[in-house]
Design a protein around this ligand. Structure first.
Ligand code: NDP
Length: 294
């Protein structure tokens, strides 16, 4: 078993981003600027946003975290998004999901100017991604592609099975793996909770991407010897044994599955760290105006 080491790869790519950012600042006289909106006080979301802000600082970006109480109305939130869309000093905007039930995430996603949509969730970016045109690629699938590229994992002609079809992970991942690019050119099966014979589907995969949200869902008897396994899941459980008070588990039973794989991502230390890298790269591109002219 070889480890797809998110810690190592993300550190290396962040060093490159840091250098590029310094050059951008020298040329333009300003820092790339990311704004993150956080509604309510979901523990997981707070941790993710704090980590995104910390990493912005690390590579030399300006970052702003705007926080709202859980009872903010959809209209108020959209008004703020429109204000940010019009602000030339802000390059990228993300609204941390999940949102409270009274706010429609689709409407919020579409309210964000697609040229500042560094999460890559806007339908314009998703459509352009499907057509292999320049766009912001959703951060998690983007990070996974960067990881596959870093390790030179052969994907062309391979059978990939993605478990989970969410708009932010599973669906875009299946599109990227199927595209005529490198990494890519896989024969992709996208599975979900209504898939029949899921175990059989996964057993046939050369590359497995698990994005379900259930601890240890992918077990060793579902995995073909030599498969590449990407574990996107982040399942938090309270623990008295850690400083933070919780412990993270993936969607893959790592101890047993890793005995059979050629390559596998750990949790933590895998996809989560690469997601941040995807976001940072998108934000830098937004500031430089290389994907959409400013
Ligand atoms: P969603 O809840 O939006 O989607 C889960 C998907 O899993 C759905 O498509 C669902 O199917 C499918 N699913 C659920 N149960 C089963 C089952 N028994 N068999 C087959 N498919 C099933 O989750 P996300 O995509 O947002 O996130 C998935 C996981 O990844 C979570 O743990 C999340 O925390 C983590 N995550 C990690 C990130 C990172 O940076 N590492 C970033 C984003 C997410 P259906 O559509 O039919 O309901």
């Amino acid at each position: 078993m070889n480890l797809l080491d998110g810690k190592l790869v993300s550190a290396k790519i962040k060093e490159d981003i840091k250098v590029e950012t310094a050059a951008f600042i020298a040329a333009s006289g300003r820092k790339p600027h990311l704004v993150a909106i956080l509604v309510g006080n979901d523990g997981g979301s707070e941790t993710y946003v704090a980590s995104k802000m910390r990493n912005c600082d690390l590579v030399g970006f300006e970052s702003t975290n705007i926080r709202y109480d859980v009872d903010i109305t959809q209209e108020q939130l959209i008004a703020k998004i429109k204000e940010i869309n019009a602000d030339p000093n802000i390059d990228g905007l993300i609204v941390q999901l999940p949102l409270p039930k009274h706010i429609d995430p689709e409407e919020i996603t579409e309210a964000i100017d697609h040229r500042k949509d560094v999460d890559g969730f806007h339908p314009i970016n998703l459509g352009r991604m499907q057509r292999n045109l320049p766009c912001f690629i959703p951060a998690t699938p983007y990070g996974i592609m960067l990881m596959l590229a870093h390790y030179g994992i052969e994907t062309a002609g391979k059978k990939a099975v993605v478990v989970g079809r969410s708009n932010i992970v599973g669906s875009p991942m299946s599109i990227l793996l199927a595209r005529n690019s490198n990494p890519g050119n896989c024969t992709v099966t996208l599975t979900h909770s209504r898939t029949q014979n899921l175990k059989q589907e996964v057993l046939e995969a050369d590359i497995i991407v698990a994005a379900i949200g259930r601890k240890n869902f992918v077990t060793a008897d579902m995995v073909k010897p030599g498969a590449v396994v990407i574990d996107v899941g982040i399942n938090r459980e309270v623990s008295s044994k850690t400083k933070s008070g919780y412990r993270l588990y993936g969607d893959v039973d790592f101890d047993a599955v890793s005995q059979k794989t050629s390559w596998i991502t750990p949790v933590p230390g895998g996809v989560g760290l690469m997601t941040i890298v995807g976001l940072l790269k998108n934000t830098l591109e937004a500031a430089k105006g290389t994907i959409y002219m400013k």
